[in-house]
Design a protein around this ligand. Structure first.
Ligand code: PLP
Length: 359
């Protein structure tokens, strides 16, 4: 690399701690030997703690979208209701369609939240055996009230599986998987877990397993039952990204040493600061009370040049932020306050943006 890249205040991938980067430099082990089994066996209970679940948490050497595919293939049989309020929830619906599963969409404008009432109305209109929802829409900085949505689904359609994307919230916002009764809760490593990209995770309920046994054509690579079969041997179905497992091993200790409650508090304080700062200078796309604690989509009402701002930030504080996503590219820019970032770092970032605004 010609120049050292700046620290990432993107909504993923986010900055990875030097110890975690270093963990990847260990000598490799075989993927069918006792060492990997010992590693996976020691990782599982810590992953379950982070997910707040007694369900098994599968590790996939893929990005999180791979687990959209898994959920579509292994958890949807008759018809899904896909909740869409941004780019990633729209992608999930696309994946459902691409896998040939019937589905309907309940949709609101990008920047708005999916409410339990909207879901209840949709469930009154047709029968579904699964509902997909993104907890934290990274494209808009909206956090959907997934706990209440899951409760609504249980009330209205007790047989429907609740499939949730927590890609940009797991490890940064409280997601009590068992408390909310989520059937599939998937996430990626590169966001609030602050790992290098390449691993994704899914906590899968017994109900979802039972469902999978009845669905033909689940494929193999992303089949919950295949993941389960190998987990029972403390293995993964295929060669995993072994060095990323080393990173995960070390990062789980760091996360649990900090403590989940403290980690969520830190994210809330970072988010409060960014929100306050944004409201004083710009505006925030997401309405209250749905503003995300991990990413803020700032309405760029001063039409600042985000590329020029990033050049300035790189030079002065070794940091960069993100432009808006897809159709919000020019209307917003996004500040990622997730993972292992600290409140003082976020304050440094906003102060540097202030300095840029005065140039
Ligand atoms: N879901 C959400 C909410 C995301 O933010 C992203 C990526 O940013 C994805 C899904 C897709 O994740 P991946 O790029 O790891 O496949």
């Amino acid at each position: 690399m010609a120049t050292r890249p700046a620290r990432l205040f993107l909504p993923g991938p986010t900055e990875v701690h030097a110890d975690i980067l270093a963990a990847q430099a260990e000598r490799l082990i075989g993927h069918r030997g006792p060492e990997i089994s010992a590693l996976l066996e020691s990782i599982q209970p810590r992953l379950q703690k982070v997910f707040q679940t007694s369900n098994n948490v599968y590790i996939s050497t893929s990005s999180a979208t791979g687990l959209f595919e898994a959920a579509a293939r292994s958890s949807i049989d008759r018809r899904a209701l896909c909740c869409v309020n941004g780019a990633f929830s729209a992608r999930w619906a696309e994946v459902v369609e691409a896998n040939g599963k019937p589905y309907d969409v309940v949709e609101v404008e990008w920047g708005e939240a999916i409410t339990p009432d909207l879901v209840a109305d949709a469930l009154d209109r047709a029968a579904y055996d699964a509902v997909t929802v993104v907890h934290n829409e990274t494209s808009t900085g909206v956090t959907n009230p997934v706990g209440d949505i899951a409760e609504t689904v249980r009330d209205k359609a007790p047989d429907a599986l609740v499939l949730v994307d927590t890609v940009s919230s797991m490890g940064g916002i409280d997601v009590p998987v068992d408390g909310w009764n989520l059937d599939v809760c998937l996430t990626g490593g590169q966001k609030c877990l602050a790992l290098p990209p390449g691993l994704s995770f899914a906590a899968v309920s017994d109900r979802a397993h039972t469902r999978a046994t009845t669905i033909p054509g689940r494929g193999w690579y992303f089949d919950w039952l295949v993941f389960q079969r190998y987990l029972e041997k403390w293995q993964t179905p295929t060669t995993p990204a072994i060095t990323l497992l080393y990173a995960l091993d070390r990062q789980l200790d760091r996360i649990l040493d900090e403590g989940l409650a403290a980690r969520f508090d830190r994210h809330a304080v970072m988010a409060d600061h960014v929100r306050q700062w944004s409201l004083e200078r710009f505006d925030i796309l997401a309405p209250e009370p749905y503003r995300s604690d991990t990413v803020t989509a700032v309405v760029n009402k001063r039409s600042i040049d985000v590329e020029a701002m990033n050049r300035y930030l790189t030079e002065h504080v070794d940091m960069i932020v993100s432009n808006g996503y897809a159709k919000l590219r020019d209307r917003t820019f996004r500040i990622g306050h997730m993972g292992d970032h600290t409140v003082p770092e976020v304050e440094t970032l906003t102060a540097a943006i202030d300095a840029f605004l005065e140039t």
